[in-house]
Design a protein around this ligand. Structure first.
Ligand code: MLT
Length: 270
């Protein structure tokens, strides 16, 4: 992995392939390895950039709270560090989607397209935000285990749990090795994120929404509703996948992303 200093922190990232830049933004509390099924396959056709967000993987940790806006600004600064001045396609999963909404608010001019995977436009309810803050304190005291054990049962489809238990174990391990301070800081940032429902009709770039058929955290009905609020959007449901569709069904997700990107690249060339 390479590293770049952006906004005073060191961010680790993969930068692979050539062509239309695709920025892959991971979920919580994960790192760039959740895109393992996409990076190699998609970098045959596109330039794939997959960072570890501030506080995760091999990137520096900031203690306290890291807002979704800060993470979006880090991504824009990473593009600057890589001297990418052309518009990019940003693909965010779950927390990566919350960050994508902040990127739209602050850096819309840098977007050629948007891919929203297994994410929500709504903010946390007051109860959900309070539970998150409590969990952040608990993770600081006890480490990631309580959070990881509460999340794992809700992340995967029954088919993944039954047929691909190694995927579940890999994700458990990725979550467990993250720094407790980075996890807590991002949880606090998510707890205060803005509601993005009103932003959806203002998104003008081509947008693909991808959701696992069994996603318990951002259910298909919710994502379908989001797709209907975004005027230039496509909606794809991935059979037998849960909240981590790109990991659970990489071939199907790659086909959807690749089709979308080819369309965008062709429109730019014409
Ligand atoms: C994620 O996958 O990033 C999380 O489910 C986001 C969240 O906790 O809201």
């Amino acid at each position: 992995m390479r590293t770049a200093i952006v906004n005073q922190v060191s961010l680790a990232y993969i930068d692979s392939g050539q062509g239309l830049p695709l920025l892959l933004v991971h979920g919580f509390p994960l790192d760039h390895t959740m895109w393992g099924g996409q990076i190699e396959a998609l970098s045959r056709q596109f330039r794939v950039i997959a960072p570890d967000l501030r506080g995760f993987g091999r990137s520096d940790v900031t203690e306290g709270k890291v807002t979704m806006r800060q993470m979006a600004d880090d991504l824009a600064a990473l593009l600057d560090a890589l001297q990418i001045t052309s518009r990019v396609v940003l693909c965010g999963l779950s927390m990566g989607g919350y960050i994508a909404f902040e990127f739209v608010r602050a850096h819309a001019g840098r977007l050629r397209g948007l891919i929203l995977c297994d994410t929500r436009a709504s903010a946390d309810t007051p109860q959900a935000a309070a539970a998150r803050l409590q969990m952040a304190d608990r993770v600081l005291r006890e480490g990631p285990a309580p959070l990881v054990e509460s999340m794992i049962p809700r992340l995967f489809s029954p088919a993944t749990v039954e047929r691909h238990p190694h995927v579940v174990e890999t994700i458990r391990w990725v979550m467990m090795r993250n720094d407790r301070r980075g996890i807590a800081a991002a949880a606090r940032g998510m707890a205060e994120r803005a509601d993005s429902t009103e932003l959806l009709p203002q998104i003008t770039c081509p947008t693909l929404l991808v959701v696992g058929q069994h996603d318990a955290l951002s259910p298909p009905e919710q994502m379908n509703q989001m797709a209907r609020a975004i005027r230039n959007s496509q909606y794809v449901e991935i059979p037998d996948a849960g909240h981590l569709a790109p990991l659970e069904r990489p071939a199907e997700v790659n086909a959807a992303i690749s089709h979308f990107l080819q369309h965008i690249a062709a429109a730019a060339a014409s």
